[in-house]
Write a protein that binds this ligand. Structure first.
Ligand SMILES: [Zn+2]
Length: 170
């Protein structure tokens, strides 16, 4: 596991910087996303770029699309010494979801899984361990598109294909 230095007390300098600090890039695992882009993304969603939102925005969006639980994200916050409580992580994830920055995968499980890919697609769910994988939108076809009951409109159709591992052959 990569050892990551702490996030500075004030993020103001980082927020003004053009690039994510190296530790955040290492954690995200891929090419860094400019801090300014995270800030703009928050603002475009109507959210003020507070310290906790910037930290969680970094962790969520810098490394490409991901499926993540609040608990896993909280672990990453601790690894970068972001000093946020689990409750703050939960609340911020729900704010992100409500403002359309992320979506919640309808796993039916007790722990909410969030998805940074808000585009149309469906999911595989490995029931034994809760692993989520993407299933492209065009891999699923519905013969009849469900109509909304009176007084509602359909905002999305989410298909979860549940999987179990089969024993290896031979
Ligand atoms: Zn997904």
């Amino acid at each position: 596991m990569v050892t990551l230095p702490s996030v500075p007390e004030s993020l103001s300098r980082e927020i003004e910087a053009t690039q994510m600090p190296q530790p955040m890039q290492a954690l995200a695992g891929q090419k860094g996303c400019p801090v300014a882009a995270i800030r703009e993304r928050l603002r475009a969603a109507g959210l003020r770029p507070t310290r906790q939102r910037m930290i969680l925005g970094w962790l969520l969006f810098a490394g490409g699309d991901r499926h993540i639980t609040a608990e896993t994200l909280f672990g990453e916050v601790n690894r970068v010494r972001g000093h946020l409580s689990l409750a703050t992580v939960y609340n911020t994830l729900n704010q992100f979801r409500d403002s359309g920055l992320i979506r919640q995968v309808p796993t039916g499980g007790t722990r909410a899984v969030y998805d940074t890919n808000t585009g149309d697609h469906h999911h595989y769910l490995v029931e034994s361990d809760g692993t989520i994988m993407d299933l492209p939108d065009d891999a699923v076809s519905l013969a009849v598109r469900p109509q909304a009951p009176e007084g509602y409109r359909v905002v999305g159709v989410d298909v979860v294909v549940r999987l179990e591992k089969i024993a290896p052959q031979g």
